[in-house]
Design a binder for this molecule. Sequence first.
Ligand SMILES: [Zn+2]
Length: 654
Amino acid sequence: MLSVLRVLSTAGVMLMHGRVNDAPTCPEYLTVMVDGAVAGFTHTTNAEAVVAALRAAKVSQTSKVPLNLEIAYVPPRFQNYGGAFPGIYVFSTPSRMLRPVTQHPGGKTEFIGSLEQVFMHIRCQDGGNVSCQLYTHVEDGPGSVLSVVASFTPWSDYNQSPRNMYQCQMSKQTMGVPLHSFCYRPDTKLYRLQTPQRPIALTNAYDNYHIDEYPLGTNAVVAVLANTGYDMEDAMIMNKGALQRGLAHATLYKTETMTIPSGSGDVFGHQSIMKLHADDAMWRTTRLPTADNSLSTSHMDADGTARLGSVVENGDAFCSVFNRMTARAKLHRVKGSDKAVIDRVSLMNTFDDRGRRQTKLTTTFRYNRNPIIGDKFSSRHGQKGVLAFLSPEEDLPFIERTGIRPDVLINPHAFPSRMTIGMLIESMASKAGALSGSFIDASPFQSAKAGDAFPPPLTEHGQVLKRHGYDYCGNETLLNGATGEKFDVDIFIGLVYYQRLRHMVSDKFQVRSVGPNNPLTQQPIKGRRAGGGIRFGEMERDSLLAHGAAYLIHDRLHACSDRHIASICSHCGSILAPAARTTITHFESGGSVGHTNTSPDAGFLSKILCRVCNTGSGIEHVTLPFVFKYLAAELAAMNVRVGLSVGDDILGGR
Ligand SMILES: [Zn+2]
């Protein structure tokens, strides 16, 4: 820091020694702070010279001022508008975000920080007015405005900007290849794309960040046409043959961890083996269990862990914890309805937070997640879609000249309102790249960097297509795979890099006829994990009403929900007063106090009496939703009586 102070002193900063009570203040003087401490003061008119001297020293080879120094100059003109307090703030501490820009006169690379950059004049290479001399720094390239994730979108400058933002969201949800140390990592959940590819059209940033090591998707032959109706509203049709050849195949890894504190008397071990050797001081685990080899433990080894490679499903035990005191084993079972393969088992000795010894067992399950109908996919242009139909390959349309059938069919209505022109360019450019055997530079703002002489991608790649005997725009004559007829119009078909997103139906689907209910309202509980239902709300009800689907609405809202047979007294109309009063009957007939008739054949329903009318003669049984009875009870608590008219002819009744 001495070098920084030396530069400051030379530039005319009055360095502060010790405590200063009557320090000069803003607006005449500006405080100079170094790493959060007041270093000195400088006159406002001298501030820019101080900053210039610091920047010069920062990039010079000879000075000892570090290259990662951040020099934030907050000019006093901002003082009356709120925001940062005017002054010169110098930072040299580690762990600050820095990025490179080029100094304008000089052309030296300077690393700038997050506070200083908002007060600097940095020109973006946007192909704009270069004669303007107001700037002090220049961005390294036109793509500097983009984040790491955004810089992977090909031709993002041709897209409507919200689509680029959607792609930034979705690229974080791709399955891809997140890491290479799958066999060492006990992450609770990991996704892995089994057949990843390098995109044909890619940006500069793709190689700068070594994304080939962590690829995100697969190149697919995409035809844009409305074919069967299965590609309506962002749904997509996929070629079943392509899928069987490995397109977008993926795996999900889940890991369960079991911990046994040392000295608890618990050990990992199979019950039959442990019992067999309970008396032995040296209990052996070499023999496989034979005696009580129940189905759920058949894939377990003698040491109480699951055997590698065995297939387990819901209810199977994957871990057995044996207690030496009780000589009993506690089995930990597989949850979820999917079949899984035991991928990895590891046993380790560790310490807990307080330094006590413990034994940890991690079991990694491997789930097959090859695409099924309902899984989500997306191109790199915010065009997401759901797989709606796996078409047999022979039924798909095919290119007349080459016989190529598309992997993916998407609907042309996905383009007009979304304006993802980048995707259309990617499609034809990748096609040109595949024909010429080269990867295509799809970096955005190429013309801003290279000037007006740069050919637009449409022209450049259209000419390549034409040279190879293809249509300039990427259209093809297609034949209907089912009928053999020629399509009336040519179809736009090309290669688009598709990402498999990790939202899959097998994690989300909900099915329920009957199941757990809320004890208070008797209505089905919510939540997929708990076996609940999804809410059938007012809008859904309106939809069924509009369709006149009366039986269905009765089934959903009543039969499958909180159907209840209530007893109603037709004399007083109360739903709450009727109750099974078997004990009262015994009281009245002189029975002993406390005697309760609990025998199952006591004729429970027949002994329901109205507590108001004191008779059972008017009791009627009516089917209604249980919440209605609950509502009556709540209203009764507020002194509001609910009366019901019961009879064969309600309209003519009371
Ligand atoms: Zn009554």
